[in-house]
Design a protein around this ligand. Structure first.
Ligand code: GLY
Length: 395
């Protein structure tokens, strides 16, 4: 059996002190996020913010791509934390566009149906019991299942299933798409969704996670024979480096599959990829866009930091009290959130309609480099909500 190395936490003193984040600090940050949501509410009722900003301003786009759900998810979080129906009203207006998207098959050649439908429509079902949301989310889960290759046991990430360039390519981000399938089994009793998700996460753990506990961004499988082929990057610095956001998806994604499967090995792997991530954080705890960089002038990816903060909290919550890392992970999340709050928000950048500055969508594609991105804003808000109250996952 292949061994994945656990580096441990190399400099524990960076993460062992309790942080001075208290409820008042969190409330102030949440208030800031709510102010920005309020400012954006009118513009983004029938439209969505673009994936990344331009000069730190999001443009208005339709419900396309993989990121519309992050804005809808923020509305649900805002509704939960305030009880104010104005947020729910806009989120519910948006449900129609998710229904139309899946029924009319608009831009759905993607595994990101998991992200898209978990944070919008599954959230609606979980929070309000909306039966139509259940129907729409199950349609999305069925569509996601069409991307599953039985022989290889994986879900293809992008593109048409017969496109030879994309066929059999799985990516670490997909760990976040699996909860839609686990949820579908929970509400229908049909095990096919669970089996596909479980097989996929097992293959991701086996092939995407390298022996040193870093991750490939993407990995090709032979869909005819089931054979593992090779890893390659898409958004990272190189095929052999470790894209920061990909590593952050692993920090959060493996614990999510643990919750649904109870498989201990998934938590073990998450602790290893998490330690790899924490050991490469610069002074202010906000990762560069690729973990190959640990100092210097390359851009940070504040969105990777926000995702990791949520993942660290979820991982810590699921580890037993006796686990040596449990407390460090919670402290690490607090350190990251504090750093984001103090140095990365748009508070001194009033012309921005975003929340977190200094994220990178894709440096190799020169897309959204040192800009706000909407998933960074979402995960920052989720982290604040998690720290403020006991929160039931939309995932
Ligand atoms: N899931 C796509 C990205 O993280 O950029």
């Amino acid at each position: 059996m292949r061994m994945i190395i656990d580096e441990g936490i190399k400099n524990k003193s960076r993460f062992d002190l309790e942080n001075n984040i208290d409820k008042a600090f969190l409330q102030e940050e949440i208030n800031y996020v709510l102010t920005k949501i309020d400012e954006n509410l009118k513009d983004f009722t029938y439209n969505f913010p673009s994936a990344a900003s331009v000069n730190n301003v999001y443009e208005k786009v339709d419900n396309i791509g993989w990121t519309s759900c992050f804005w809808t998810g923020m509305l649900w979080l805002a509704y939960e934390i305030t009880g104010d129906k104005k947020y729910r009203k806009v989120a519910e207006i948006q449900l129609e566009s998710y229904k139309k998207r899946i029924e009319e098959e608009i831009d759905i050649d993607t595994h990101d149906l998991g992200f898209l439908y978990s944070l919008s429509v599954v959230a609606s079902y979980k929070l309000t019991g909306n039966e139509e949301s259940k129907y729409v989310a199950l349609k999305a889960a069925d569509k996601l299942m069409e991307r599953y290759f039985d022989k290889a046991g994986i879900i293809q990430a992008w593109g048409n299933l017969s496109d030879p360039k994309e066929r059999g390519r799985m990516i670490i981000d997909c760990c976040m798409n699996l909860p839609l399938l686990y949820w579908a089994t929970e509400v229908t009793g049909d095990r096919r969704y669970y089996e596909a998700a479980h097989n996929h996460v097992s293959k991701a753990a086996k092939y995407i996670v390298r022996e040193d506990a870093s991750t490939f961004h993407t990995y090709y499988m032979d869909t005819e024979t089931g054979e593992a082929k090779y890893g390659a990057t898409h958004q990272g610095y190189s095929d052999n480096s470790c894209w920061s956001r990909g590593q952050a998806w692993s920090v959060y994604g493996f614990p999510l599959s643990y919750i649904y499967t109870g498989e201990q090995e998934l938590l073990n792997i998450a602790t290893k990829t998490t330690n790899y991530f924490l050991n490469r954080l610069p002074e202010d705890y906000v990762a560069y866009w690729d973990l190959v960089f640990i100092e210097g002038t390359e851009e940070r990816d504040s969105s990777a930091a926000a995702i990791a903060a949520c993942g660290l909290l979820e991982l810590s919550k699921n580890l037993p009290l006796t686990n040596e890392y449990k407390k460090f992970y919670e402290n690490a999340a607090l350190k990251i959130v504090k750093s984001l709050a103090e140095s990365y928000t748009t508070k001194n950048f009033k012309e921005s309609n975003g929340i977190l500055l200094h994220a990178v969508y894709s440096k190799p594609h020169a897309r959204g480099v040192d800009e706000c991105n909407i998933w960074g804003d979402y995960f920052y808000f989720e982290a604040l909500v998690r720290l403020m109250k006991s929160w039931n996952l939309y995932w």
